[in-house]
Design a binder for this molecule. Sequence first.
Ligand code: MG
Length: 248
Amino acid sequence: MNYTIAKISLLDYIVVSFLKIGSMSTAVLRGASTLLTVSKIICVGRNYAAHAQEMKADLPEQPVLFLKPPSAIVQDGESVVLPPISTDLHHEVEMTVLIGRGGRHIEARSVLSHVAGYGVGLDMTLRDVQSEAKRKGLPWSLAKGFDTSAPLSVFAPADRIPDPHALEVGLRVNGALRQRGNTSAFIFRLDRLISYISDYFTLEPGDVIFTGTPEGVSRTVPGDILEAWMGTPGGSPATTLTVRIESA
Ligand code: MG
């Protein structure tokens, strides 16, 4: 009996160690036996009209895309570390898509067959650094792609999500509701979005897409606990994500 317990503990230890070592640059699909390597994270800016409004930005005619490096990933339960170059870290809760089957020039009608799962992520943003970059016409890489800027939940398998355009995403900070939106309000739905992305970036299995944030983005500070969820409104969440904010 003791031997069995010891064996289970050792196995847990190995699995946890593996997850910790593998937490950077990997995605976890519920029910899958291995971690997926993420080769790129493609993010969509301004995919909800109300968020574009709060940022005083025009509605885009084409999707606005930017990238985060896979090294920015943190997993559920880990921390976001605020780098010393910023004093204005913002949360952006977003529905995330995990690509299961790669491709380029993917036709709109076959987009969903390339999706392995759906999750919730936080597009952590150094808003002061981003505002300065916008003012000077410089790239957003630092503001959006710094280490720990891409917390990812475990992904729910796509076959468990009946309609990806009827999902609530939400965020509580220290227990208080900050953001709540529904993917039915997307400006660019997944067929248009993933087809457009694949015209310019070859999609590979393990790639992750951040689909844009609803309104309610705001400042978060070291010590805050962020709890995000995604799922059918009124039901229990399909997946959740909890991170803590720390200073460097
Ligand atoms: Mg965003």
